[in-house]
Design a protein around this ligand. Structure first.
Ligand code: ASP
Length: 336
């Protein structure tokens, strides 16, 4: 039995090694070309990357780095799509989603958690202190409190004002988050009503980790969870290949297991850029009638530090940070 299992595992490893991308990454490792790098979604990814780099740049743990990075927008009072200053659901309740994963397949997540300012840190505790992957709603809150996280009233006066404005019409209409220049500016409710911080990092040994955190779609139904806390949808990481994360209308990403799809395309030999483009095209093909009004963007990082990004709409920015430059901000290519 053990022999047969050993044989099967050996055969599987041989198959993986034969795939072009895995071979490329392995070569990069041998040649000492692996370069520590952090990438993340949107303009606010720049500050998140810097915090992650403080750890990764000194040879620290890649998991500590992604968690530290994700905590930055979670704490930012100007960010209405992530963390404490996020816009609430249609009942005026702020519920947050987050997930964390490392390249060995360890992962944890919380969905629709209330009253906790740093859902990414609770997600990490789910991963490290429980036999589970995902805790939701009251159960997630209960666990966070047991773990010593403080219970807070998170809804900011600005978010409450935006919600009261929205209530006048009470119409749920996700706005394509393609112009994130309104981040932190304008009057309440002006800014995009959804965005996510997805952050991916690789260290000098090719070890990867990722974090994903959001307040989800503003004015959503109470209890709605998006793609961000769903492993394989909003985030996926595999040390053999690379990592991917997503932003945009979470329902569309869940329908295609988006981040998993991107990583699997990379495993088949596609570059991170091609993999993100194919995943976006898959969504557009399957959702032809609605795709033109939606935004979905993917960001991917290979084990050897190669970066790719692609979105349905223009305007999806992403931040790249490495030893050479800590605050690079780029625009992804897009289908429309
Ligand atoms: N993906 C997030 C969600 O659906 C929102 C976003 O990134 O725009 O909750």
């Amino acid at each position: 039995m053990t022999d047969r299992r050993g044989f099967l595992i050996g055969a599987l490893a041989a198959t993986t090694a034969a795939l072009p991308h895995a071979a490329r990454a392995a070569d990069a490792g041998k040649a000492g070309k692996l370069r520590p790098r952090v990438v993340s979604t949107w303009d606010f990814g720049v500050a998140a990357n810097r915090a992650a780099w403080q750890i990764l740049g000194k040879g620290g743990s890649v998991l500590d780095a992604v968690e530290a990075g994700a905590r930055v927008p979670e704490a930012d009072p100007k960010n209405h799509t992530v963390g404490r200053a996020g816009y609430p659901d249609r009942d005026g309740r702020l519920t947050l989603d987050a997930s964390i994963m490392d390249g060995n397949g360890d992962c944890g997540a919380v969905a629709a958690i209330e009253h906790i300012a740093h859902p990414i840190s609770v997600a990490r505790r789910v991963m490290e202190k429980t036999p589970h992957v995902l805790l939701v709603g009251d159960g997630a809150l209960q666990f966070a409190l047991q773990q010593g996280f403080p219970k807070e009233d998170l809804l900011t006066p600005e978010s409450e004002q935006a919600w009261r404005e929205w209530l006048k019409k009470g119409e749920y209409k996700p706005r394509a988050n393609s112009e994130n220049k309104t981040y932190g500016e304008g009057k309440p409710g002006d800014a995009n009503n959804h965005d996510t911080l997805g952050l991916l990092a690789v260290d000098a040994q090719g070890r990867l980790a990722g974090a994903c955190t959001t307040s989800g779609m503003a004015w959503k139904l109470h209890g709605r969870a998006g793609d961000s806390p769903i492993i394989g949808a909003g985030l996926y990481v595999d040390n053999e290949v690379g990592a991917a994360t997503s932003t945009g209308v979470g329902e569309e990403v869940i329908r295609t297991a988006g981040s998993f799809l991107v990583v699997e395309l990379m495993r088949q030999g596609h570059s991170p850029q091609e993999a993100c483009r194919y995943a976006v095209q898959r969504i557009m093909r399957r959702r032809m009638k609605v795709a033109k009004d939606l935004q979905v963007g993917f960001l991917a990082l290979s084990r050897s530090g190669e970066v790719g990004a692609y979105a349905i709409q223009k305007g999806f920015s992403y931040a790249v940070c490495d030893a050479g430059k800590q605050d690079a901000l780029r625009q992804s290519s897009s289908a429309l």
